[in-house]
Design a protein around this ligand. Structure first.
Ligand code: HEM
Length: 490
């Protein structure tokens, strides 16, 4: 027999031998018909799944309808699945509602692991890398200075900064993608953001996921689903308009320092050279991916940082003193990060405690495989519980405490940023990791260099640090005063 046939026979035999000897994965008892559905409907799912890990271990299973999910709650098991066995677990589950929000599975984030997806991700990755190399630092610096202006204009008033953070993060992405930025008064930006936010929130709701689990429900009227459809149509109209504007403006001269230009050029080149056909629809959906992936995540992280700093104001002073000593008055560059350990530990500690995509995006086993010695059949859904991994007491002593300085990451603190997994890993590693890391560092450095964040008055309540968990983990709205530092450094 040819070697390939021999190999596959051998693999099947190994599979058969492996299966019975493999222990079954622990998990909560399944209820008749609904399985473990109630476990998935908890108000703060990352905390609930982490609590279940205390009872069932760092790998356990949940059942919902015909679907088996395996929840991974430690860095070791997450890395085994996502990095070491990346090609076994690189899939995404295809579902009725995911198809609707992803233009038939054509986004990178929700597309399954196919040749088309691989070509699409490669194309967007190289466009993003090229554009980042040329302009990312300048783009973030400009937005950080813009944000500074907005905060100064508040003149010490108590404000909720979440919208300003969203505008700053969004402007970084829209500048990279279209070469355009907006201000808060631009109604189109507001429309685009409100609809992207709505889509993420609606898609995460139980009313929508029930349609995937129980197809019969699709026959009944569902106002939440109708709203989702409306928002998807609105999103596509706005993005289509911008892509068309870009095409008209740039005509034959597509600038590759703007991602859209790079993508359009890449798509037409790709068409000639490869079997897989990538089209303008892929450019459109990549734009959706970058806007959704790159806005609320970064904005939520900035909000968390301010919230934690209000609880521990002395940390702001430590970061400020470090900035003053090391930079002697100038604004920081990303290359300064190795000389700013206190600032870096703050960034890491907030990422650890509040990984803003706490359950990543569920993966799917594309073939039979194993994790931690347990057999995992093809099509099993894998939930990387990043929040759980970041609160694992075996790795992080006193895991629920905010310890950004000395105690955690600095010399002798025992924690290593390498043990963090806020961006997932392997084939599905966050596509915007480079953008995000530079943003978190520069935005925080600029903000803490020029402002001290305080509560509006002594009576004001500190922000609630539990958060609201959907696809993105956000802090509940709070107000803060951004007080300019008395002697600005330049
Ligand atoms: C996916 C985290 C910012 C674009 C992800 C995933 C995580 C994540 C955990 C899922 C990985 C997986 O499925 O295993 C974060 C965090 C951010 C951030 C913590 C900021 C603090 C960004 C930015 C962009 C972006 C700025 C765009 C410029 C994406 C895309 C995916 C993704 C497109 C889908 C990747 C795929 O499925 O192949 N991100 N992200 N993210 N992220 Fe981010």
């Amino acid at each position: 027999a040819p070697p390939a046939v021999k190999r596959s026979l051998l693999q099947s035999l190994c599979g058969l031998l492996h299966r019975p000897s493999s222990p079954s994965i622990p998990g909560p008892p399944c209820r008749f018909l609904i399985g473990n559905m109630t476990e998935l409907m908890q108000d703060h799912l990352p905390i609930h799944l982490t609590d279940l890990a205390k009872r069932y271990g760092n790998i356990y299973r949940l059942k919902c309808g015909n679907t088996t999910m395996v929840v991974l709650s430690s860095g070791d098991v997450i890395r085994e699945a996502l990095v070491k066995k990346w090609s076994d677990f690189a899939g995404r589950s295809v579902s009725y509602t995911a198809d609707i929000v992803s233009g038939g599975g054509r986004t990178i984030s929700l597309g399954d692991y196919t040749e088309e997806w691989k070509a699409h991700r490669r194309l967007v990755h190289s466009a993003l890398q090229r554009c980042c190399k040329q302009s990312l630092h300048d783009v973030i610096e400009r937005q950080a200075l813009q944000l500074r202006k907005v905060l100064i204009n508040y003149q010490g008033g108590a404000v909720d900064l979440s919208e300003d953070f969203t505008v700053a993060a969004s402007n970084v992405i829209t500048t990279l993608v279209f070469g355009k930025e907006y201000d808060k008064s631009c109604s189109e930006l507001q429309q685009l953001h409100s609809c992207l936010n709505e889509i993420v929130a609606l898609w995460g709701s139980a009313w929508i996921s029930a349609l995937d689990t129980f197809p019969l429900l699709r026959k009944f009227p569902n106002p939440v689903f109708s709203r989702l459809l409306r928002e998807v149509t609105r999103r596509d109209e706005i993005i289509r308009k911008h892509l068309n504007q870009y095409k008209v403006q740039s005509q034959d001269n597509k600038s590759t320092d703007v991602i859209t230009g790079s993508l359009l050029e890449g798509v037409s080149k790709h068409r000639k050279d490869h079997d897989v056909v990538l089209t303008d629809v892929h450019v459109h959906m990549a734009t959706v991916d970058l806007l959704i992936g790159g806005t609320e995540t970064t904005a939520a992280w900035l909000n968390w940082t301010v919230a934690f700093l209000l609880h521990r104001p002395e940390i702001q002073t430590k970061v400020y003193e470090e900035l003053c000593t090391v930079l002697e008055g100038r604004y920081p560059k990303y290359s300064d990060r190795h000389r700013l350990p206190v600032l870096c530990s703050l960034v890491h500690e907030v990422l650890r405690l509040r990984p803003v995509a706490p359950l990543a995006v569920p993966h799917k086993a594309v073939r039979d495989s194993s994790i931690a010695g347990y057999f995992i059949p093809k099509n099993t859904i894998i939930i990387p519980n990043l929040f759980g991994a970041h609160h694992d007491p075996a790795v992080w002593p006193d895991p629920y405490s905010f310890k950004p300085v000395q105690e955690r990451f600095l010399e002798g603190g025992g924690g290593s940023p390498r043990a963090l997994v806020p961006f997932g890993g392997g084939a599905r590693l966050c596509l915007g990791e480079t953008v995000a890391k530079m943003e978190l560092f520069l935005f925080t450095a600029y903000l803490l260099r020029d402002f001290c964040f305080c509560l509006p008055d002594v009576e004001a309540a500190l922000p609630d640090l539990r958060g609201v968990a959907s696809v993105v983990l956000k802090v509940k709205a709070f107000t803060v005063v951004a007080r300019p530092r008395i002697r600005p450094l330049s």
